[in-house]
Design a protein around this ligand. Structure first.
Ligand SMILES: CC(C)C(=O)/C=C/C(C(=O)O)=C(/O)C(=O)O
Ligand SMILES: [Fe+2]
Length: 304
């Protein structure tokens, strides 16, 4: 059984690396760690990185990385994914050293083609994370649109050991999932849509005040606010969605429900109503979750 420590980081392809680095540092609130050629590492915790930006010809999602609960689980998880026919590839020492992390495997999900990375022992930085702008406290979740909803839900729950926190729909069209046994209501969610794409990425804000302060700061910086502030009924969180320089939707989220490992409540089937989406009655702008191409790449970059 796969046991996760946390959602660790994502890799985004961006069309203007300098602009996006400035945005994620000075608007979103992450801390710059280092730049290696066309790759920038940023963090929102003691981890060496919680976001990698890569210059590319088009914007999109390249990779989603989860940290396994224990280093001792790595080989067992590798063997399990092999048995499941997912053909995981273990990264070379050279590549894991470049990433400042321990043993690392990658595979592609066979449904929508997202590259996943499972790793252990990411280097912990000497100084604590200090947000420069918004007080973000962690990288919280990834959401996809998919036209293969049922297969994707089956894959996460029956192969990758994610647990459903809530569903929505008469015919289920939303599912919020947590990587077992991580406590947050969701570190991954999926929704039915005409295509397979990233819907949004979310960062936890320290307090409700920080969300309110960000409304003003985003407006001052002419950053488009795409939805909110409001309160999502599923996780109970206060939210604020805005656009990154490539139009990708980002969320600040505060106050999400947390689950115990044992005796957690059962998932609820929620009405897909306006009030479920936002208890305060708001609606998303047309550009909400409009962009977010899934970019497929080679699993291994540095061979030895
Ligand atoms: C916008 C959708 C329909 C919605 O309700 C989102 C809910 C939540 C939440 O409850 O926290 C999210 O953040 C999410 O799905 O990402
Ligand atoms: Fe969200």
């Amino acid at each position: 059984m796969i046991r996760y420590k946390k959602l660790g980081y994502v890799v985004l392809s961006v069309t203007d690396l300098n602009k996006s680095t400035d945005f994620y540092e000075n608007v979103v609130g992450m801390q710059f760690v280092e730049r290696e050629n066309e790759t920038v590492y940023l963090r929102s915790s003691r981890d060496h990185h919680n976001l990698i930006l890569e210059q590319g010809p088009e914007a999109g999602l390249k990779r989603v990385a989860f940290e396994l609960e224990k280093a001792s689980q790595f080989q067992g998880v590798f063997d399990y994914l092999t048995e499941q026919g997912l053909n995981p590839v273990e990264l070379s020492k050279k590549e894991t050293q470049a990433l400042a992390q321990g043993r690392t495997l990658r595979f592609k999900d066979p449904i929508i083609g997202v590259t996943y990375e499972f790793y252990v022992e990411m280097m912990q930085m000497g100084l604590p994370f200090v947000p420069k702008q918004a007080k973000i406290t962690r990288f919280l979740h990834v959401v996809y649109d998919t036209n293969r909803f049922d297969e994707l839900l089956d894959f996460y729950t029956n192969v990758l050991n994610f647990v459903v926190s809530d569903f929505s729909g008469r015919e289920v069209a939303w599912a919020w999932l947590r990587a077992f046994p991580t406590p947050y209501h969701h570190n991954l969610a999926i929704t039915k849509g005409p295509e397979n794409k990233l819907n949004h990425l979310a960062y936890q804000a320290e307090s409700v005040d920080d969300i309110g302060i960000q409304v003003n700061k985003l407006n001052d910086n002419n950053v488009p606010i795409l939805f909110g502030p409001g309160r999502h009924h599923p996780s109970g969180s206060i939210f604020l969605y805005f656009a990154d320089p490539d139009g990708l939707t980002l969320e600040y989220s505060q106050g999400m429900e947390e689950f115990p490992e044992e005796n957690a409540r059962e998932p609820r089937r929620l009405e897909p109503s306006k009030e479920t989406i936002d208890e305060w009655g708001g609606s998303p702008k047309p550009d909400f979750a409009k962009y977010g191409k899934i970019i497929e790449e080679d699993l291994v970059k540095i061979n030895n």
